[in-house]
Design a protein around this ligand. Structure first.
Ligand code: PMP
Length: 382
């Protein structure tokens, strides 16, 4: 027999149960800080804080953005960026490679962890390295194993043996490394790739500024994923285009974890234009990467004249260990110049021990901007 309920009883049963999102969130997410580089809400006139292309973007990419009919954005972009993948494969020059694109290389790195790391698996990396790696690891339930860089003043190379000995499901290498700007040696990369048992991610976000790249390894080692981006040398950071290069089998798995439609219509058009031949496209990218390489040496020399030391850079930025970097960064900001102040770097390297784990990271760009930075730095250090 069913009892009929009075209207009052029915209203009572509609009262929602107490809801506390924190109690329902996964523990890894609860308390996870948002990414907060020290950017002010108003843009500094001189911003050299994020290692982007301070010359701007290739004119051909800008034209592509202007020429895209607004009505095109009423439809979805391509599912997995097939045309862009072909252009990227041609650019990388590894014919047999599989390519996966992403919403920035952040997306590629995150999807790689999701595809290959089950909760509880480990990811090993050198410290310090790209700050998002421990965050993506945590979000994906992975355990982070940080191995200090070798403290050899000449090379600041990775400790390849320790990285392999950690026996992690994934190993992450970053070369040139953010934030140190230093390169990992070819021999150390090869040691890791030949001895690792799991996936080896080689993050080459700064490849275009580097002396040596490692994308050729994907043709010989199925476990290698090279992650790249159009946010740095290609000047398209705001459009968010990254890509991964690996064996077709590996990349296919990553693409499943990534999901469809990650590169938007405008981003795909601009990326295709930037990758096309010509002085206003790929030629522009190469010419400005060369300028960045010239200016990083010049800036490093000028910093030395100010009594400052920059680690040897293979990228478009310099790391300058400095006790009191936070205060100097603030003073620079007051003077209209934004650099990245890092305050909690591991102290395994002698230069970072001496600076109490503090450093300024400075992006390299047109000399006029470098001159403004140097003027402000002179003032801030006074
Ligand atoms: N890897 C490294 C080493 C980086 O420094 C960055 C950006 N700072 C990224 C990946 C992510 O770049 P994006 O998502 O813009 O491609």
């Amino acid at each position: 027999m069913t009892m009929s309920r009075t209207p009052a009883q029915r209203a009572d049963s509609l009262t929602p149960a107490p809801f506390a999102p924190d109690d329902l969130a996964r523990p890894e997410i609860r308390g996870l800080p948002l990414y907060t580089p020290d950017q002010s809400t108003t843009r500094c006139p001189v911003d050299v804080s994020d290692n982007t292309n301070l010359w701007g973007m290739p004119p051909a990419a800008l034209r592509a953005l202007r020429d895209t009919p607004a009505s095109d954005v009423a439809r979805y972009p391509s599912l997995y960026s097939a045309t862009l993948k072909d252009a990227l494969r041609a650019y990388v020059g590894v014919e047999s490679a599989g390519i996966v694109t992403g919403c920035g290389s952040d997306d590629v790195l995150d999807a790689a962890m999701r595809a290959f790391g089950a909760p509880g698996d480990a990811i090993a990396f050198s410290a310090p390295t790209f700050s998002m790696i421990p965050t993506f690891a945590r979000v994906n339930g992975l355990e982070s194993v940080a191995i200090p860089l070798r403290d050899s003043a000449d090379d600041y190379d990775i400790d390849a043996e320790q990285l392999v000995a950690a026996d992690a499901k994934l190993i992450y290498l970053c070369t040139p490394n953010n934030p140190t700007a230093t390169a990992v040696s070819r021999s150390a990369v090869e040691y890791v790739v030949t001895h690792a048992r799991g996936i080896v991610i080689i993050d080459e976000a700064y490849a275009e500024f580097a002396t040596v790249t490692h994308d050729d390894l994907v043709a010989r080692h199925e476990r290698v994923l090279v992650a790249r981006t159009l946010s740095k040398a290609f000047g398209l950071a705001g459009l968010r285009v990254g890509y991964g290069v690996g064996s077709p089998a590996l990349v296919g798995l990553l693409e499943r974890a990534r999901g469809p439609y990650k590169v938007n219509t405008l981003a795909e058009r601009a990326a295709l234009a930037a990758l096309s031949p010509g002085d206003d496209a790929l030629g522009w990218v190469r010419a400005h990467a060369a300028l960045a390489r010239t200016n990083r040496v010049r800036l490093s020399d000028e910093l030395r004249d100010l009594g400052l030391f920059a680690l040897p850079s293979d990228a478009n930025f310099l790391l300058v260990p400095m006790a009191g970097a936070r205060q100097v960064g603030r003073r620079l900001q007051e003077l209209g110049v934004l650099v990245r102040s890092l305050t909690d770097l591991p102290r395994d390297l002698a230069v970072l021990r001496q600076s109490n784990g503090e450093a300024l990271r400075i992006g390299v760009g047109p000399w006029e901007i470098m001159r403004q930075l140097l003027d402000a730095l002179r003032e801030a250090l006074r």
